[in-house]
Design a protein around this ligand. Sequence first.
Ligand code: UTP
Length: 322
Amino acid sequence: MPHFKTFEILKAMKKVRKAVIPAAGLGTRFLPATKSVPKEMLTIVDAPIIFYVVEEAVKAGIEDIVLIAGRGKHAIEDFFDTSYEVEDKLSKDGKIDILNRLARIRDMANIISIRQKQALGLGHAVYSGRRIIGDEPFAVLLGDEITVNLDNQSSATEDLVRAFEQTEQSSLSVMKVAEDQVSKYGIAEVDEPNKQTLSFSSHHSVDFFRVKKLLEKPQPTETSSRWAITGRYVFDPKIFNILENQKPTKNNEIQLTDAIQELTRHNVVNSYPLQGQRYDAGDKLGYLISNIEFALRNKELTSELSAYLKALAQQIEKGSFK
Ligand code: UTP
């Protein structure tokens, strides 16, 4: 039945089953904490940042996760490995939720860790995953960014994965930022007037815009766009051919943004406004905010932490906090 076979092969090619999670940066903003511990292992309430990121990938249907690690690689590997002693304790203490979430990740995904010997930039980190990704489309989730979906929406990665499966076009997640934040991000100039929509089900559709141009950390005077790239992407494997020849630019690093910009010259790249909340846990303020907000959503902590925050806010208001 040759027809059936051809159809099956085409279908298999479109599926996004693999992801790269870069977690090998030097984390200089968190020194000295990150001298021996990767910042992706810093804790948000009771689990490391990387746990939430891997969980997002798994929920989006990713089966093979390539973790790009640098120093402290073993801490990340150990976290995802089985530890009978700790798991027995978690079970005895009734911490079934976290235990089940860990087990689910292990059951559903194959986690492969690769060492980026030198932190030569995000583009270089993604390229380090090439041999395992091969010639398949893949997702990228930055290991120090967490996204949360309130009201049971699907995650950024899930939307990008589904979008790739329908369009076969590379895509990235974007969010609107204030003018004074523009120089902190990769900025996407997009074809906003020609907004398009993809429908995933009768009650879930997403808008998207074609990317015209990307700029890495521009001054707000250099672009009128306020669409910042968040750390979630899905790429056609052609990006590897571009990354292979990519030269370092800003901060003397091989920039992923430059490679995507080059990709837009040959292929359609789309941007999807992020639905839900994004936390930049790799930045001190973003890290503190994520801890507070995750704790506020944690039933064990909500009431006491809220009372404390209200009292603290009053002290700050009165100027009596020392
Ligand atoms: P960042 O630029 O936020 O990480 O990279 P950094 O370089 O560690 O941060 P600072 O400025 O020194 O504090 C975003 C993500 O890409 C990874 C980081 O680990 C982070 O998760 N990354 C960055 C790599 O894996 N390799 C690199 O060479 C650079």
